[in-house]
Design a protein around this ligand. Structure first.
Ligand SMILES: [Zn+2]
Length: 475
Protein backbone atom coordinates (compact mmCIF):
# COMPACT_ATOMS: atom_id res chain seq x y z
CA UNK A 1 0.00 0.00 0.00
CA UNK A 2 1.39 3.26 -0.98
CA UNK A 3 1.50 5.74 1.73
CA UNK A 4 0.47 9.01 0.36
CA UNK A 5 2.99 11.61 1.20
CA UNK A 6 1.59 14.81 2.57
CA UNK A 7 1.46 17.45 -0.11
CA UNK A 8 3.28 20.44 1.38
CA UNK A 9 1.78 22.76 -1.22
CA UNK A 10 -1.81 21.81 -0.35
CA UNK A 11 -1.09 22.28 3.38
CA UNK A 12 0.31 25.68 2.71
CA UNK A 13 -2.87 26.61 0.82
CA UNK A 14 -5.06 25.41 3.66
CA UNK A 15 -2.99 27.39 6.11
CA UNK A 16 -3.21 30.45 3.94
CA UNK A 17 -7.00 30.15 3.69
CA UNK A 18 -7.23 29.72 7.46
CA UNK A 19 -5.20 32.86 7.97
CA UNK A 20 -7.35 34.80 5.57
CA UNK A 21 -10.56 33.66 7.26
CA UNK A 22 -9.15 34.36 10.71
CA UNK A 23 -8.00 37.75 9.47
CA UNK A 24 -11.42 38.56 8.05
CA UNK A 25 -13.00 37.48 11.31
CA UNK A 26 -10.73 39.79 13.29
CA UNK A 27 -11.59 42.63 10.92
CA UNK A 28 -15.29 41.92 11.32
CA UNK A 29 -15.08 41.88 15.13
CA UNK A 30 -12.98 45.03 14.95
CA UNK A 31 -15.54 46.75 12.75
CA UNK A 32 -18.35 45.73 15.10
CA UNK A 33 -16.47 47.29 17.98
CA UNK A 34 -15.69 50.38 15.96
CA UNK A 35 -19.30 50.62 14.81
CA UNK A 36 -20.67 50.29 18.34
CA UNK A 37 -18.18 52.79 19.69
CA UNK A 38 -18.01 55.41 16.99
CA UNK A 39 -20.26 54.92 14.00
CA UNK A 40 -23.56 54.11 15.64
CA UNK A 41 -24.43 57.73 16.21
CA UNK A 42 -23.72 58.83 12.65
CA UNK A 43 -25.60 55.87 11.21
CA UNK A 44 -28.65 56.51 13.38
CA UNK A 45 -28.48 60.22 12.64
CA UNK A 46 -28.33 59.78 8.89
CA UNK A 47 -31.78 60.95 7.84
CA UNK A 48 -31.93 58.51 4.94
CA UNK A 49 -30.96 55.42 6.88
CA UNK A 50 -33.59 52.73 7.05
CA UNK A 51 -31.89 51.13 10.07
CA UNK A 52 -33.50 53.92 12.04
CA UNK A 53 -36.81 52.07 11.89
CA UNK A 54 -35.27 49.13 13.75
CA UNK A 55 -34.48 51.38 16.71
CA UNK A 56 -37.92 52.93 16.49
CA UNK A 57 -39.34 49.40 16.75
CA UNK A 58 -37.77 48.96 20.18
CA UNK A 59 -37.75 52.51 21.58
CA UNK A 60 -40.50 55.05 22.09
CA UNK A 61 -38.94 58.29 20.80
CA UNK A 62 -37.89 60.47 23.75
CA UNK A 63 -39.07 63.96 24.63
CA UNK A 64 -37.63 67.30 23.60
CA UNK A 65 -37.86 69.88 26.36
CA UNK A 66 -37.17 73.57 26.87
CA UNK A 67 -34.29 74.48 29.22
CA UNK A 68 -36.77 74.58 32.14
CA UNK A 69 -38.45 71.26 31.38
CA UNK A 70 -41.45 72.31 29.32
CA UNK A 71 -42.32 69.73 26.69
CA UNK A 72 -41.63 70.80 23.10
CA UNK A 73 -42.20 67.36 21.54
CA UNK A 74 -43.36 64.03 22.96
CA UNK A 75 -44.64 60.73 21.65
CA UNK A 76 -48.15 59.74 22.69
CA UNK A 77 -48.77 55.98 22.67
CA UNK A 78 -52.38 54.81 22.20
CA UNK A 79 -53.73 51.61 23.78
CA UNK A 80 -53.25 49.73 20.53
CA UNK A 81 -49.62 50.86 20.50
CA UNK A 82 -50.06 53.50 17.78
CA UNK A 83 -47.62 56.34 18.28
CA UNK A 84 -48.21 60.01 17.53
CA UNK A 85 -45.58 62.72 17.84
CA UNK A 86 -47.18 65.67 19.63
CA UNK A 87 -45.84 69.23 19.50
CA UNK A 88 -47.69 71.06 22.31
CA UNK A 89 -46.68 74.53 21.09
CA UNK A 90 -47.81 73.93 17.50
CA UNK A 91 -46.07 76.30 15.06
CA UNK A 92 -44.19 78.27 17.76
CA UNK A 93 -41.05 76.11 17.57
CA UNK A 94 -41.73 74.74 14.07
CA UNK A 95 -38.28 75.24 12.53
CA UNK A 96 -35.94 74.93 15.48
CA UNK A 97 -37.60 71.82 16.94
CA UNK A 98 -38.22 70.53 13.42
CA UNK A 99 -39.72 67.19 12.49
CA UNK A 100 -38.56 63.65 11.80
CA UNK A 101 -41.30 61.95 9.85
CA UNK A 102 -40.91 63.74 6.49
CA UNK A 103 -37.13 63.81 6.46
CA UNK A 104 -35.48 65.14 9.58
CA UNK A 105 -34.82 68.75 10.56
CA UNK A 106 -34.00 70.92 13.57
CA UNK A 107 -33.62 69.35 17.00
CA UNK A 108 -35.48 66.23 15.89
CA UNK A 109 -32.48 65.63 13.60
CA UNK A 110 -29.77 66.92 15.97
CA UNK A 111 -31.04 64.91 18.91
CA UNK A 112 -32.10 61.84 16.93
CA UNK A 113 -29.48 59.51 18.38
CA UNK A 114 -30.35 60.38 21.98
CA UNK A 115 -34.11 60.29 21.41
CA UNK A 116 -33.79 56.75 20.03
CA UNK A 117 -31.41 55.53 22.73
CA UNK A 118 -32.78 54.34 26.05
CA UNK A 119 -30.91 54.55 29.33
CA UNK A 120 -33.72 53.21 31.52
CA UNK A 121 -32.23 50.92 34.18
CA UNK A 122 -30.88 47.58 33.03
CA UNK A 123 -33.43 45.38 34.81
CA UNK A 124 -36.36 47.36 33.44
CA UNK A 125 -34.77 47.33 30.02
CA UNK A 126 -34.25 43.56 30.05
CA UNK A 127 -37.77 42.84 31.34
CA UNK A 128 -39.18 45.13 28.67
CA UNK A 129 -37.12 43.52 25.91
CA UNK A 130 -38.21 40.01 26.99
CA UNK A 131 -41.88 40.95 27.20
CA UNK A 132 -41.71 42.84 23.93
CA UNK A 133 -42.47 46.19 25.53
CA UNK A 134 -40.73 49.22 24.08
CA UNK A 135 -38.25 51.14 26.21
CA UNK A 136 -38.62 54.88 26.61
CA UNK A 137 -36.00 56.92 24.74
CA UNK A 138 -33.86 59.52 26.47
CA UNK A 139 -35.00 63.11 26.94
CA UNK A 140 -33.18 65.93 25.20
CA UNK A 141 -33.18 69.12 27.25
CA UNK A 142 -32.58 72.04 24.94
CA UNK A 143 -31.28 75.57 25.54
CA UNK A 144 -34.59 77.01 24.29
CA UNK A 145 -36.59 79.45 26.39
CA UNK A 146 -40.36 79.33 25.83
CA UNK A 147 -41.02 82.91 27.01
CA UNK A 148 -38.37 84.46 24.76
CA UNK A 149 -39.48 82.32 21.82
CA UNK A 150 -43.07 83.48 22.39
CA UNK A 151 -41.99 87.13 22.70
CA UNK A 152 -40.02 86.90 19.44
CA UNK A 153 -42.87 85.09 17.67
CA UNK A 154 -45.48 87.61 18.78
CA UNK A 155 -43.31 90.64 18.03
CA UNK A 156 -42.63 89.40 14.50
CA UNK A 157 -46.37 88.76 14.11
CA UNK A 158 -47.65 87.71 10.72
CA UNK A 159 -44.72 89.29 8.90
CA UNK A 160 -42.10 87.20 7.12
CA UNK A 161 -38.71 87.13 8.78
CA UNK A 162 -36.54 85.62 11.48
CA UNK A 163 -35.35 86.25 15.03
CA UNK A 164 -32.42 84.71 16.90
CA UNK A 165 -31.72 85.18 20.60
CA UNK A 166 -28.36 83.99 21.95
CA UNK A 167 -26.16 84.17 25.02
CA UNK A 168 -22.90 85.64 23.67
CA UNK A 169 -20.81 84.30 26.55
CA UNK A 170 -21.86 80.67 26.04
CA UNK A 171 -23.27 80.34 22.52
CA UNK A 172 -26.58 79.02 23.86
CA UNK A 173 -29.44 79.68 21.45
CA UNK A 174 -32.39 80.75 23.59
CA UNK A 175 -34.86 81.43 20.80
CA UNK A 176 -35.02 80.97 17.05
CA UNK A 177 -38.12 81.99 15.14
CA UNK A 178 -38.80 81.85 11.42
CA UNK A 179 -42.05 82.99 9.85
CA UNK A 180 -44.16 82.06 7.95
CA UNK A 181 -44.28 78.70 9.67
CA UNK A 182 -46.20 75.44 9.70
CA UNK A 183 -47.81 73.24 12.32
CA UNK A 184 -45.65 70.15 12.87
CA UNK A 185 -48.73 68.37 14.28
CA UNK A 186 -50.39 68.38 10.86
CA UNK A 187 -47.28 68.26 8.72
CA UNK A 188 -48.21 65.08 6.88
CA UNK A 189 -51.65 66.39 5.89
CA UNK A 190 -50.20 69.77 4.88
CA UNK A 191 -47.14 68.41 3.12
CA UNK A 192 -48.41 68.53 -0.47
CA UNK A 193 -49.52 72.12 -0.06
CA UNK A 194 -46.21 73.08 1.60
CA UNK A 195 -44.04 71.68 -1.17
CA UNK A 196 -46.35 72.63 -4.04
CA UNK A 197 -44.80 74.76 -6.78
CA UNK A 198 -47.64 77.24 -6.44
CA UNK A 199 -46.81 77.94 -2.80
CA UNK A 200 -44.48 80.94 -2.70
CA UNK A 201 -44.33 81.29 1.10
CA UNK A 202 -41.47 78.81 1.70
CA UNK A 203 -42.82 77.94 5.16
CA UNK A 204 -40.46 74.96 5.52
CA UNK A 205 -37.37 77.13 5.10
CA UNK A 206 -35.71 78.05 8.39
CA UNK A 207 -35.08 81.67 7.49
CA UNK A 208 -32.88 82.10 10.58
CA UNK A 209 -30.14 79.81 9.29
CA UNK A 210 -31.06 79.28 5.62
CA UNK A 211 -32.53 82.60 4.51
CA UNK A 212 -30.05 84.73 2.55
CA UNK A 213 -30.58 88.49 2.67
CA UNK A 214 -28.57 91.55 1.66
CA UNK A 215 -27.21 92.76 5.02
CA UNK A 216 -27.86 96.43 4.25
CA UNK A 217 -26.37 98.78 6.81
CA UNK A 218 -25.67 96.04 9.36
CA UNK A 219 -22.71 95.33 7.04
CA UNK A 220 -21.26 98.69 8.06
CA UNK A 221 -19.94 96.78 11.11
CA UNK A 222 -17.65 94.97 8.65
CA UNK A 223 -16.80 98.05 6.56
CA UNK A 224 -15.97 100.11 9.63
CA UNK A 225 -13.82 97.32 11.08
CA UNK A 226 -11.80 97.17 7.86
CA UNK A 227 -11.40 100.96 7.93
CA UNK A 228 -10.23 100.85 11.56
CA UNK A 229 -7.75 98.08 10.71
CA UNK A 230 -6.35 100.05 7.80
CA UNK A 231 -6.25 103.35 9.70
CA UNK A 232 -5.59 102.43 13.34
CA UNK A 233 -4.18 105.83 14.26
CA UNK A 234 -6.34 108.14 12.19
CA UNK A 235 -9.83 106.63 11.83
CA UNK A 236 -11.32 109.06 14.32
CA UNK A 237 -10.24 111.93 12.03
CA UNK A 238 -12.58 110.80 9.23
CA UNK A 239 -15.19 113.41 8.29
CA UNK A 240 -17.87 113.58 5.64
CA UNK A 241 -20.40 116.21 4.67
CA UNK A 242 -23.73 114.58 3.79
CA UNK A 243 -26.40 116.35 1.77
CA UNK A 244 -28.50 113.19 1.36
CA UNK A 245 -26.96 112.22 -2.01
CA UNK A 246 -23.37 111.22 -2.54
CA UNK A 247 -22.27 111.64 -6.13
CA UNK A 248 -19.22 109.92 -7.52
CA UNK A 249 -18.75 110.26 -11.26
CA UNK A 250 -21.94 108.94 -12.87
CA UNK A 251 -23.06 107.22 -9.70
CA UNK A 252 -25.25 108.43 -6.85
CA UNK A 253 -25.66 106.84 -3.42
CA UNK A 254 -28.62 108.12 -1.40
CA UNK A 255 -29.11 108.13 2.34
CA UNK A 256 -32.32 106.54 3.63
CA UNK A 257 -35.24 108.58 2.21
CA UNK A 258 -32.67 111.17 1.03
CA UNK A 259 -32.03 112.42 4.59
CA UNK A 260 -29.18 114.94 4.75
CA UNK A 261 -27.01 114.09 7.76
CA UNK A 262 -24.74 117.15 7.52
CA UNK A 263 -21.19 117.04 8.83
CA UNK A 264 -20.35 113.56 10.12
CA UNK A 265 -17.46 111.99 12.01
CA UNK A 266 -17.06 108.23 11.56
CA UNK A 267 -18.88 107.59 14.87
CA UNK A 268 -21.77 109.81 13.75
CA UNK A 269 -21.89 108.31 10.26
CA UNK A 270 -22.12 104.84 11.84
CA UNK A 271 -24.77 105.94 14.38
CA UNK A 272 -26.90 107.63 11.71
CA UNK A 273 -26.16 104.95 9.13
CA UNK A 274 -25.03 107.57 6.61
CA UNK A 275 -24.72 105.77 3.27
CA UNK A 276 -22.80 108.62 1.61
CA UNK A 277 -20.10 108.57 4.27
CA UNK A 278 -19.69 104.79 4.05
CA UNK A 279 -19.67 104.77 0.25
CA UNK A 280 -16.91 107.43 0.28
CA UNK A 281 -15.04 105.54 2.98
CA UNK A 282 -15.32 102.33 0.96
CA UNK A 283 -13.43 103.94 -1.92
CA UNK A 284 -10.52 104.61 0.45
CA UNK A 285 -10.13 100.95 1.46
CA UNK A 286 -7.43 98.69 0.04
CA UNK A 287 -8.64 96.71 -2.99
CA UNK A 288 -9.52 93.24 -1.75
CA UNK A 289 -9.33 94.31 1.91
CA UNK A 290 -13.03 93.79 2.53
CA UNK A 291 -12.87 90.39 0.82
CA UNK A 292 -10.13 89.14 3.14
CA UNK A 293 -11.88 90.46 6.22
CA UNK A 294 -15.24 89.01 5.14
CA UNK A 295 -13.75 85.57 4.80
CA UNK A 296 -12.24 85.89 8.29
CA UNK A 297 -15.75 86.77 9.45
CA UNK A 298 -17.19 83.51 8.02
CA UNK A 299 -18.48 84.70 4.65
CA UNK A 300 -18.08 82.18 1.78
CA UNK A 301 -17.36 79.33 4.17
CA UNK A 302 -18.51 76.95 6.83
CA UNK A 303 -20.21 78.26 9.94
CA UNK A 304 -19.86 76.57 13.34
CA UNK A 305 -23.47 75.35 13.28
CA UNK A 306 -25.01 71.94 13.70
CA UNK A 307 -28.28 73.01 12.04
CA UNK A 308 -28.62 73.10 8.27
CA UNK A 309 -27.42 76.51 7.08
CA UNK A 310 -26.79 78.50 3.91
CA UNK A 311 -23.34 79.94 3.34
CA UNK A 312 -23.22 83.71 3.33
CA UNK A 313 -21.53 85.17 0.29
CA UNK A 314 -19.19 88.08 -0.31
CA UNK A 315 -17.87 88.34 -3.86
CA UNK A 316 -16.25 91.75 -4.35
CA UNK A 317 -12.59 91.19 -5.24
CA UNK A 318 -9.63 93.52 -5.69
CA UNK A 319 -10.61 94.28 -9.31
CA UNK A 320 -14.00 95.78 -8.43
CA UNK A 321 -15.29 98.87 -10.21
CA UNK A 322 -16.49 102.06 -8.49
CA UNK A 323 -20.19 101.20 -8.48
CA UNK A 324 -19.57 97.79 -6.93
CA UNK A 325 -17.38 99.34 -4.22
CA UNK A 326 -19.96 102.03 -3.40
CA UNK A 327 -22.75 99.46 -3.13
CA UNK A 328 -20.81 96.79 -1.28
CA UNK A 329 -19.49 99.21 1.36
CA UNK A 330 -23.06 99.94 2.47
CA UNK A 331 -24.16 96.28 2.47
CA UNK A 332 -25.92 96.32 -0.89
CA UNK A 333 -24.65 94.84 -4.16
CA UNK A 334 -24.28 91.08 -4.24
CA UNK A 335 -23.38 90.43 -0.59
CA UNK A 336 -25.80 88.04 1.12
CA UNK A 337 -25.92 86.69 4.62
CA UNK A 338 -28.17 84.70 6.92
CA UNK A 339 -29.69 86.18 10.10
CA UNK A 340 -27.79 83.52 12.09
CA UNK A 341 -24.50 84.69 10.61
CA UNK A 342 -25.30 88.26 11.63
CA UNK A 343 -26.21 86.97 15.10
CA UNK A 344 -22.81 85.26 15.32
CA UNK A 345 -20.91 88.41 14.32
CA UNK A 346 -22.85 90.37 16.93
CA UNK A 347 -22.21 87.73 19.58
CA UNK A 348 -18.47 87.87 18.83
CA UNK A 349 -18.47 91.66 19.26
CA UNK A 350 -20.36 91.24 22.55
CA UNK A 351 -17.93 88.54 23.71
CA UNK A 352 -14.62 90.37 23.25
CA UNK A 353 -14.08 89.10 19.71
CA UNK A 354 -14.52 85.38 20.37
CA UNK A 355 -17.48 83.59 18.84
CA UNK A 356 -18.75 80.87 21.14
CA UNK A 357 -20.04 77.92 19.14
CA UNK A 358 -23.83 78.25 18.98
CA UNK A 359 -25.60 75.24 20.49
CA UNK A 360 -29.07 73.95 21.18
CA UNK A 361 -28.74 70.81 23.31
CA UNK A 362 -28.06 71.45 26.98
CA UNK A 363 -28.16 67.89 28.31
CA UNK A 364 -29.60 64.41 27.87
CA UNK A 365 -31.49 62.58 30.61
CA UNK A 366 -32.99 59.11 30.78
CA UNK A 367 -36.76 58.75 31.19
CA UNK A 368 -36.32 58.78 34.98
CA UNK A 369 -34.59 62.17 34.83
CA UNK A 370 -31.02 60.97 35.48
CA UNK A 371 -28.35 62.87 33.58
CA UNK A 372 -26.67 60.92 30.78
CA UNK A 373 -24.72 63.66 28.95
CA UNK A 374 -24.09 67.32 29.48
CA UNK A 375 -22.87 69.80 26.89
CA UNK A 376 -20.59 72.72 27.67
CA UNK A 377 -19.81 76.02 25.91
CA UNK A 378 -17.02 75.78 23.33
CA UNK A 379 -15.00 78.50 21.64
CA UNK A 380 -15.84 78.67 17.94
CA UNK A 381 -13.53 81.23 16.35
CA UNK A 382 -11.66 84.38 17.24
CA UNK A 383 -13.23 86.82 14.80
CA UNK A 384 -11.48 90.00 15.96
CA UNK A 385 -9.26 91.29 18.74
CA UNK A 386 -10.71 92.32 22.08
CA UNK A 387 -9.76 95.90 21.30
CA UNK A 388 -11.62 95.84 17.97
CA UNK A 389 -14.65 94.30 19.66
CA UNK A 390 -14.59 97.04 22.24
CA UNK A 391 -14.38 99.76 19.56
CA UNK A 392 -17.31 98.22 17.67
CA UNK A 393 -19.31 98.03 20.92
CA UNK A 394 -18.66 101.71 21.46
CA UNK A 395 -19.83 102.55 17.92
CA UNK A 396 -22.90 100.30 18.27
CA UNK A 397 -23.76 101.91 21.58
CA UNK A 398 -23.93 105.30 19.86
CA UNK A 399 -26.36 103.88 17.28
CA UNK A 400 -28.77 103.44 20.21
CA UNK A 401 -28.02 106.58 22.22
CA UNK A 402 -27.99 109.05 19.34
CA UNK A 403 -28.75 107.31 16.05
CA UNK A 404 -31.11 105.00 14.21
CA UNK A 405 -31.49 102.55 17.12
CA UNK A 406 -33.57 104.80 19.36
CA UNK A 407 -36.36 102.20 19.61
CA UNK A 408 -34.15 100.14 21.94
CA UNK A 409 -33.08 103.14 24.03
CA UNK A 410 -34.13 102.64 27.65
CA UNK A 411 -32.79 103.32 31.14
CA UNK A 412 -33.62 99.75 32.15
CA UNK A 413 -30.69 98.16 30.27
CA UNK A 414 -28.12 99.73 27.91
CA UNK A 415 -28.26 98.24 24.40
CA UNK A 416 -25.65 98.44 21.63
CA UNK A 417 -26.75 97.58 18.10
CA UNK A 418 -26.93 98.28 14.41
CA UNK A 419 -29.92 98.80 12.17
CA UNK A 420 -30.19 98.06 8.48
CA UNK A 421 -32.70 98.76 5.73
CA UNK A 422 -31.69 96.50 2.88
CA UNK A 423 -32.88 97.14 -0.64
CA UNK A 424 -33.38 93.96 -2.62
CA UNK A 425 -35.65 94.90 -5.52
CA UNK A 426 -36.40 98.27 -7.07
CA UNK A 427 -39.80 99.54 -6.04
CA UNK A 428 -40.18 97.20 -3.07
CA UNK A 429 -39.96 98.04 0.62
CA UNK A 430 -36.59 97.29 2.21
CA UNK A 431 -35.87 94.33 4.50
CA UNK A 432 -35.59 95.68 8.05
CA UNK A 433 -32.65 94.53 10.19
CA UNK A 434 -31.60 95.01 13.76
CA UNK A 435 -28.80 93.21 15.52
CA UNK A 436 -27.55 94.09 18.98
CA UNK A 437 -26.80 93.11 22.55
CA UNK A 438 -27.30 94.20 26.15
CA UNK A 439 -26.16 95.26 28.69
CA UNK A 440 -23.38 96.91 26.73
CA UNK A 441 -20.68 96.48 29.42
CA UNK A 442 -21.58 92.95 30.45
CA UNK A 443 -23.48 91.44 27.54
CA UNK A 444 -25.91 88.68 28.47
CA UNK A 445 -28.14 88.61 25.42
CA UNK A 446 -27.83 89.19 21.68
CA UNK A 447 -30.92 89.65 19.55
CA UNK A 448 -30.92 89.61 15.75
CA UNK A 449 -34.04 90.42 13.74
CA UNK A 450 -34.89 90.58 10.07
CA UNK A 451 -38.36 91.51 8.85
CA UNK A 452 -38.78 91.05 5.12
CA UNK A 453 -40.05 93.82 2.87
CA UNK A 454 -41.28 95.96 5.73
CA UNK A 455 -39.39 99.27 5.92
CA UNK A 456 -36.54 100.66 7.99
CA UNK A 457 -34.54 98.67 10.52
CA UNK A 458 -34.90 101.35 13.17
CA UNK A 459 -38.67 101.57 12.86
CA UNK A 460 -39.58 97.95 12.19
CA UNK A 461 -36.88 95.55 13.39
CA UNK A 462 -35.56 97.39 16.47
CA UNK A 463 -38.99 97.32 18.22
CA UNK A 464 -39.08 93.53 17.76
CA UNK A 465 -35.72 93.31 19.55
CA UNK A 466 -37.01 95.69 22.22
CA UNK A 467 -39.93 93.36 23.01
CA UNK A 468 -37.49 90.48 23.59
CA UNK A 469 -35.01 92.49 25.69
CA UNK A 470 -37.95 93.73 27.79
CA UNK A 471 -39.07 90.19 28.61
CA UNK A 472 -35.52 89.05 29.41
CA UNK A 473 -34.55 92.01 31.61
CA UNK A 474 -37.85 92.24 33.46
CA UNK A 475 -37.67 88.80 35.06
ZN1 LIG B 1 -25.98 110.64 5.03
Amino acid sequence: MDRQLPNPKANKNILRITYVIAGLFVCLIGYFGYFLQFRRESVINNSYNARLDRFADRIVRGELQSHDGRILARTAVAEDGAETRVYPYGPLFAHVVGYFHMGKTGLEALGNFYLLTSHVNLIEKTVNELSNIKNIGDKVITTLDVDLQQAAYDALGDRRGAVIVMEPGTGKILAMVSRPDFDPNTLEQDWDMLISGENTQAQLLNRATQGLYPPGSTFKMVTVLEYIRENPETWRDFTFDCDGQYECGDYTISCYHGNAHGSQTLEQAFANSCNGAFAALGLELNPGGLYTLSEQLLFNGEQPLSLAFSKSSFVMGSDAGVWEILQTSIGQGSTQMTPMHNAMLTAAVANGGTLMKPYLIERVENAAGEEIHKFFPESGAKLMTAEEASLLSELMRRVVTEGTGSAVRTDAYPVAGKTGSAEFETGKETHAWFTGFAPVDNPQLTVTVVVEESGSGGQIAAPVARAIFDVYFSR
